[in-house]
Design a protein around this ligand. Structure first.
Ligand code: ZN
Length: 217
């Protein structure tokens, strides 16, 4: 069995949004993209972060493969280069995933099925910013989580699959920023790992839409 097949099997059931949401329309412009949440007043306007303020990100290194901090920080840098979003590195923390948090930095951590019930076999990671703050009628993301499979990343690290590790982190951070899954295997937001390892045209278009929303006042 090739590495790619193993990877596809491991990560093939990526129902990884922190909060399941009804199907959203997929937009086709230059590639395909979809939003996790849209404003109640306009289904074409996505919910996302305020790109005029840095998004603080922290890492819990427990159960992480060697090099995890560089992996996450490189992915954040990649996203900064192709979007309007800016990240502030908040360092290492000991906090564990706690869905339901309403404020605080985006937490990246590594977890097992014992700790995170949705981290079932075959899920490479979970990601999302499910909690938003209403300001007038506009909703904003204020915190989020990326929870990565400790066993899957240990396997990828042992196999030297750096590109796939980076792709999964980018995919989950895409959820954090507000992107949903798309069917196209040309996009990193495709729900099954093992396809493209690079951000696609639709990913970039979706990130541009997210980053073009007005700033919070
Ligand atoms: Zn996903």
């Amino acid at each position: 069995m090739s590495v790619l097949v193993v990877v596809a099997a491991l990560a093939g059931r990526c129902s990884d949004r922190l909060e399941p949401l009804p199907d959203r329309p997929t937009f086709y412009e230059d590639g395909s993209y979809s939003f996790l949440s849209t404003q109640t007043y306009d289904a074409g306007v996505p919910v996302t972060w305020d790109h005029c303020r840095p998004i603080e990100v922290v890492l819990n290194p427990y159960d992480a493969p060697p090099g995890a901090e560089a992996l996450v920080r490189d992915a954040l840098r990649d996203l900064e280069q192709v979007s309007a979003f800016r990240f502030a590195w908040g360092g290492l923390r000991s906090q564990r995933p706690a869905p339901g948090r309403r404020t605080g930095p985006v937490l990246v951590s590594f977890s097992t099925a014992d700790e995170t019930t949705r981290m079932t076999e075959g899920v490479a990671g979970l990601g999302g910013s499910s909690w938003s703050e209403l300001e007038g009628t506009r909703a904003w993301f204020r915190t989020g989580e990326v929870t990565l499979s400790a066993s899957y990343f240990a396997l990828l690290h042992d196999r030297g699959e750096t590109g796939l590790m980076r792709a999964v982190v980018l995919h989950e951070l895409g959820h954090v920023l507000g992107l949903d899954h798309v069917a196209s295997t040309e996009e990193i937001m495709n729900g099954e790992a093992g396809g493209t390892l690079q951000l696609g045209h639709g990913d970039l278009t979706g990130l541009a839409k997210l980053g073009s929303q007005p700033c919070r006042t």
